[in-house]
Design a protein around this ligand. Sequence first.
Ligand code: PA5
Length: 451
Amino acid sequence: MKSISLDITKAAQFLKKDTVKAYAPQVKAAQEALERGTCPGNDFLGWLHLPSSVTPAFIEEIEECAKTLREKCEVIVVAGIGGSYLGARAVIEALANSFSWLINDKRNPTIMFAGNNIGEDYLAELTDFLKDKKFGVINISKSGTTTETALTFRLLKKQCELQRGKAEAKDVIVAITDAKKGAARTCADKEGYKSFVIPDNVGGRFSVLTPVGLLPIACAGYDIKALITGAVDMEKATSPAVSFENNIAAQYAAVRNALYSQAGKKIEIMVNYQPKLHYMSEWWKQLYGESEGKDHKGIFPASCDFTTDLHSMGQWIQEGERSIYETVISIERPNRNMLFPHDDENLDGLNFLAGKRVDEVNKMAELGTRLAHVDGGVPNIRISVPELNEYYIGQLIYFFEIACGISGNVLGVNPFNQPGVEAYKKNMFALLDKPGYEAESKAIKERLAQE
Ligand code: PA5
């Protein structure tokens, strides 16, 4: 089996000679701290050897549950937000037919995502859509109390029970949550739902290889064994025993820290040339944004879908403030083979492309863009993925996770907490008069009256 690979040469050229290599001892120390559990946030390191600890029995249990949901549901709604949502969506969208929504494929249920916003129109339209559908729900929340998800789940639970009856609804509602704490656990135990546990020591954004990601991915019909195998192989390929020169996660962590602190590159743009990878970038943004953006430090993770966004953000990237660098995920071989046709009249003047694969045009767009952006002062990191399948996506996921853990440690933050996410929640609860927030409610109302 091949492996994803990393090319940092077009980024390193923006740094003084050997700068990236000079990070090797720091990166090694950071990875050893993860390994020994001596780093900040060491109670959240359950993801580190998660792939290699997944057992066949566990995969079987997930697949069994997915089979039941697939048999009993036309639509499966996955309710979750942040780390309880983005990984599953990233993998499913990367693997799915781009038009799976519109294809009436009786073999596979439609997978929908909700509980990740509070849009009244969205929720009303979702409930309208589900009105005549045999649907099930996977309710995912580690805390079991996240407002967006809890609010959506209450609506979906009621609708499901109304449409299918309480007994049948029980068989098509699954909870993925903490083993003991939280409202989602209380509800699952009381109602007798099938449930899976999110391990205590795995934070939301590192949880895609737990049931949080695996169950929705299996429900969509994808091979979770291959996904885990890819992650296991990357776990081996990036182990602390591997030298810096051969460890792509160590190199990625080093080069991004070097660009940030030695070259003033404060923004990393994750770029893809395949629209199916849009949500992979969304997952990556959450992983790196929540892990590194703290203590008034951290690279701002942004993303663009090329070539689409070359016609919107391309100008800024080429000639705007030089505070950015790009990381490109390039898929070596598309799964489909489409040749551009010849046309006798050649009215569009495109016969110079006749007989070429569409992907050849895409690859030349990628190369041309890299040359232009590097000339324009934008360092370029390239991650090459042999093809879009479960195995290589598993590799990619673990690569980004381990690199994130190392990178956050090199930056000197705790990559595994997210204290900043609480600020808006506290205000929202105070404004909504949530019981327990009386003092905050009073204070926030007084403050608003003065503004
Ligand atoms: O990475 C994280 O910890 C967060 O993004 C959470 O996943 C997100 O806030 C959802 O939390 P919960 O799973 O508790 O509903």
